[in-house]
Structures are given as C-alpha cells and as structure tokens.
Design a protein around this ligand. Structure first.
Ligand SMILES: Nc1ncnc2c1ncn2[C@@H]1O[C@H](COP(=O)(O)OP(=O)(O)OP(=O)(O)O)[C@@H](O)[C@H]1O
Ligand SMILES: [Mg+2]
Length: 235
C-alpha cells in the first residue's frame, strides 16, 4: 500500500482582489488557480516556472503564512486552509523549516549559535541541541566554521548555515524560496550539493522554488507552474 502523501492540495485558489490591485480588466489576480497536487513524504521537489506564476504564493500557503481563497490544503493531518493561529504557530515551530534567499541569520551570533537559536527559543537545553547542530554543520560542510560570524562567511556558507538552522528541529518539511538566487555559481553548486545530501539522508521532504536549472536537475521531481496552474510535473 502506498503511504499517504505528506502534502495535498485540492483545487486551491489564491486570488488577490479588492482592495488589492486587480488586473487591467478589473478581475482579481489569481496567483494560484484551481491547483491540485500531491507530494510524497521525503521527496525532493523543485518548483519552477516564469516570474509571477505563483511559486512564492504556493510556498507561503504551505508555510502557513497565508491561506487559500478557496480549496483545501493539507500537510500530514493538518488542514492548513482552516487551521487557527495556534495550530499554525505549532506547525511552523515543529514541522516546518524555511530557507530564504537572503539567509536571515543574526549578525551578533556565530554559526553554531545561529543554528542552535530556534531550539533555544523553544526552550530546549543547549546541551541537547549542540550535538545535533554540530552534526548538521558537518553535513553542510561547515564543521570548520562553527565560531565564524556572519560577516566572516561567504554567501554560500551563509546559506548552508541557514539550511542547518532550518533542520535543527527535525522538520517534516523544508521550504526554500530561491535559495541560490543570491549566490555565485560556486556557492550555488555547494548549496545544491547540500540539498541532495539532505534528501539522500532522508532527513525531510524538500520543496524548493527555483529559477536555477542546477537545482531543478538535482531534485527528484520537478513541478512547473504557469499562470497559477500546473503546467507539468503533476503526476
Ligand atoms: N499581495 C499581492 N497583491 C496582489 N497581487 C499579488 C500579491 N502577491 C502576489 N501577487 C500576484 O500574484 C502572482 C503570483 O505571485 P508570486 O509572488 O507567487 O510569483 P512567483 O512565481 O513567486 O514570481 P517570481 O519568480 O518573480 O518570484 C503575480 O501575478 C503577482 O503579481
Ligand atoms: Mg517568488
């Protein structure tokens, strides 16, 4: 028997209308338009498509940062389309890791402290978090940079630190929006390598929005959106 998918979208729409700008014909902008999709647990998925096709909108919905105008959206047993603030906060804290284009690391903390921070804020003891953080820094190839500060790291190293931080609480789902968008080709290649390693180790489910052919090639599945709809990769 095939296991149930981790992510399930059923006819999801996200429209921006009054008071947000409508299109030239006065119709609400449909950032996502009747999108149905399933993603398996532990899959490594790249979401591609032209600018404005709804990639970030999809990520915001899956991140519990926004809710659909209509349709249903599940991550595991959680119905994100109808979840209340408490459930969404718990979901973001426990089940989700997010990687941003601009890293969002704290400059006053070193690499190890940045990776440990989410668990410290959740009340876990430093003695418990440290070994896990060091293990992840080894995985992302930064075991030799644990005491470096943000201003002492390259862009690629910053992003690999952010990936370790996003994994420290063992999330079920890792979301990333253009994680190589701000990196040179060498830095980007190392980040792609890290995502592949994370996927191969079965640490989590990866869903990565990207314009990079390299990232898309590394993924085991590619989903292409166009005008808020699935162009390919739905099956
Ligand atoms: N707050 C908003 N109000 C009105 N329209 C919006 C809003 N946010 C996004 N949109 C529109 O929804 C569509 C999808 O936007 P989205 O940010 O998801 O695109 P994207 O695929 O991530 O593009 P890019 O590759 O440029 O990041 C676009 O047409 C955009 O203009
Ligand atoms: Mg975007």
């Amino acid at each position: 028997m095939t296991p149930p998918p981790l992510i399930r979208l059923v006819r999801v729409c996200r429209a921006y209308g009054d008071p947000a700008p409508a299109d030239a014909a006065g119709q609400p902008v449909r950032a996502l338009d009747d999108l149905s999709l399933e993603i398996a647990e532990k899959d490594f998925v790249a979401v591609t498509g032209p600018s404005g096709c709804g990639k970030s909108t999809l990520l915001h919905l899956l991140g519990g940062l926004d809710q659909p105008t209509s349709g249903e959206l599940f991550v595991g047993d959680l119905a994100l389309h109808s979840a209340d603030d408490r459930a969404l906060t718990r979901y973001r804290r426990h089940d989700l890791g997010i990687v941003f284009q601009f890293f969002n690391l704290l400059p006053t903390m070193n690499v190890l402290e940045n990776v440990c921070l989410p668990r410290l804020l959740a009340g876990e003891s430093p003695a418990r978090i440290r070994p896990r953080a060091l293990e992840l820094l080894e995985l992302v190839g930064l075991a030799h940079r644990t005491n470096h500060f943000v201003h002492q790291l390259s862009g690629g190293e910053l992003q690999r630190t952010a990936i370790a931080r996003a994994l420290v609480h063992r999330p079920r789902l890792l979301l990333a929006d253009e994680p190589t968008g701000n990196l040179d080709s060498q830095g980007a290649a190392r980040v792609v390598e890290v995502f592949s390693r994370v996927a191969a180790a079965g640490l989590t489910t990866l869903l990565i929005v990207t314009h990079s052919e390299e990232v898309a090639r590394a993924a085991s599945r590619r989903i292409r959106l166009r005008d808020g709809r699935l162009e390919s990769g739905g099956a």
